[in-house]
Design a protein around this ligand. Structure first.
Ligand code: NAD
Length: 257
């Protein structure tokens, strides 16, 4: 595996007084987003299906971070609405909604059980809809939504049809929502990561890792922090005229032939 140069400098943001509502916070990419926003002064409302992962993250963030943790299944619309209200009650508003929760299950369409299809759509698509719908009433002028989609939503993914179908729909949802909320000066963008070094892709890397790295111009996996940097940029004033867009973070593999 080629060793590409890592970025030497971290971009810094000032999110003091701003509140992040984050789903899937215990996961690799979302946890990196939580850490970067915490370092940038944001209040954090951290949600995940697994309370244990939230407790670990809260421990890593330490006492100096203004945070709340809240177990949440994004496929449950009422629970998501209640979580957004709890965030508003704690921090008065929600400046940034980042939808990080995701479920990546293996299985081909031929013979796929209905439950597998529905679970993939319920978490990866319905969960995003539930989250942005719940967050919007509490978002002020200047707010931003960042949906974590996937390269799979553009190219498809062998053995992951519900995941890729849901992620493709998230891209369209993002563009539709961006038009609806623009008059409130709320922006809505998506990030499509390629292969990022998190537990989600460990199985895939074991099966096809060498082949996939060979196809990647930068010759390595991305890091969760490299996705977090883009999420922070999309929420920042530097992206004030950027909405309805998708930023690819994939080391060039999307265009590689
Ligand atoms: N790692 C990659 O290469 C990659 C590539 C493209 C997109 N993504 C996307 O990035 C996001 C973060 O993934 P990751 O790579 O950090 O993986 P991860 O598995 O580490 O994180 C996913 C998180 O989502 C949570 N989650 C699962 N089902 C949930 C539910 N019903 N309700 C609430 N939370 C739930 C999990 O508990 C986990 O903490 C996901 O949306 C994923 O699809 C990742």
């Amino acid at each position: 595996m080629r060793q590409a140069a890592m970025p030497a400098k971290t971009v810094s943001y000032d999110f003091t007084g701003r509140t992040l509502f984050l789903t899937g916070a215990g996961g690799g990419i979302p946890a990196a987003i939580a850490k970067l926003f915490a370092a940038s002064g944001a209040n954090l409302f951290l949600t995940d299906l697994h309370p244990d992962s939230l407790a670990v993250l809260a421990g890593e963030l330490g006492d100096n971070t203004s945070l709340a943790i809240h177990p949440l299944d994004v496929s449950d619309p009422e629970a998501v609405t209640a979580a957004a209200e709890a965030c508003r009650d704690r921090f008065e508003k929600i400046d940034y909604v980042v939808t990080g929760a995701g479920l990546y299950e293996d299985g081909t369409v031929d013979g796929m059980a209905d439950e597998v299809w529905r679970r993939g759509i319920a978490v990866n698509l319905d969960g995003v809809f539930h989250t942005v719908r719940a967050g919007l009433p509490h978002m002020p002028d200047g707010g931003a939504v960042v949906n974590i989609a996937s390269m799979a939503g553009h190219r498809g993914s062998f053995g992951h049809a519900p995941y890729s179908a849901a992620k493709g729909a998230v891209l369209a949802l993002t563009r539709s929502l961006a038009q609806e909320v623009a008059s409130r000066n709320i922006r809505c963008n998506a990030i499509s990561p390629g292969l990022i070094d998190t537990p989600m892709v460990r199985g895939l890397m074991q099966e096809r890792g060498g082949e996939m790295l060979n196809m990647t111009p930068l010759g390595r996996l991305g890091t969760p922090k490299e996705v977090a940097e883009v999420a922070a940029f999309l929420c920042s004033d530097g992206a004030a005229f950027l909405t309805a867009e998708t930023i690819h973070v994939n080391g060039g593999v999307y265009i590689a032939s």
